[in-house]
Design a protein around this ligand. Structure first.
Ligand code: SAM
Length: 236
């Protein structure tokens, strides 16, 4: 469970109504039961539930069970989609190891207004779901050209493009070897990238243009496929 409070032995953590409801009525925990909590900074802790009345509960930190781990140096850069599809994309990218979520605005992006709070809460939910202790960073939307300009030159860019020659993406990435500089996975909008954008991305010093197969995938499906390949070759 993610909590927004410092964690140390004996610290008392107040739960909001939604969290208390989840622990008391969904998980049916009682006073003295244990729950694992994290705040994105202090590792994972075992805490004991202290029920107050029928609807409120606090937690008391007992001991640290896992140290804080650094988040993977993987930027997932994507053209924002609408509502439910964006929710899904964010959740899956986090579950598959993205450490930074970067919305990029492209010429064919249809949703240029991004609800960053909603993205953050989806990222928190995904982190809770899969046991990641560091909440991925959610960055403000950025124009594709500016985003590329700010990228480190030695960062590996995995550019997912349905126009790329179909070849085995696992083999293509496996050949790259050393990945100390971190990487960025780029997935485009519903209407795909323009040729001008393709050239812009391909101009990055360490860009690999990757095909995810002969079919054109929905952008949210491409997110899962791309991150699965990255994890299978370069992940831990
Ligand atoms: N119209 C659909 C939608 O609404 O999602 C499909 C859009 S597809 C053009 C969106 C992005 O997914 C592309 O820009 C590309 O980054 C990625 N993508 C889809 N199929 C792909 C493939 N076969 N290989 C590599 N990338 C792909």
């Amino acid at each position: 469970l993610f909590v927004d409070a410092p964690l140390r032995t004996g610290a008392r953590v107040e739960l909001d109504r939604g969290q208390a409801n989840y622990l008391l009525n969904v998980l049916r925990l009682k006073s003295g039961d244990s729950v694992l909590i994290f705040n994105g900074q202090d590792g994972e802790w075992r805490a004991e539930v202290s029920v107050e009345g029928r609807k409120a509960a606090d937690l008391v930190c007992m001991e640290q069970v896992r140290e804080q781990a650094a988040s993977p140096d993987i930027i997932y850069a994507f053209a924002p989609l609408k509502h439910a599809r964006l929710d899904y994309m964010v959740q899956k990218a986090v579950e598959m190891g993205a450490g930074i979520l970067q919305p990029v605005l492209t010429q064919r992006t249809q949703s240029s207004r991004v609800n960053l709070d909603r993205m953050r809460s989806n990222a928190v939910e995904a982190a809770e779901q899969c046991g990641i202790l560091t909440i991925p960073e959610v960055r403000e939307e950025e124009n594709l050209e500016r985003f590329l300009k700010t990228l480190e030159k030695d960062r590996l860019v995995i550019f997912c493009d349905e126009n790329a020659p179909v070849a085995n993406p696992v083999e293509a990435l496996a050949k790259l070897g050393n990945n100390q500089a971190g990487l960025v996975v780029i997935v485009g909008p519903e209407g795909g990238f323009t040729d001008q954008e393709r050239a812009l991305v391909a101009a990055h010093e360490r860009c690999v243009c990757v095909s995810l197969g002969p079919r054109i995938l929905r952008a949210d499906t491409a997110a899962v496929a791309a991150m699965a390949i990255v994890q299978s070759v370069l992940g831990d």
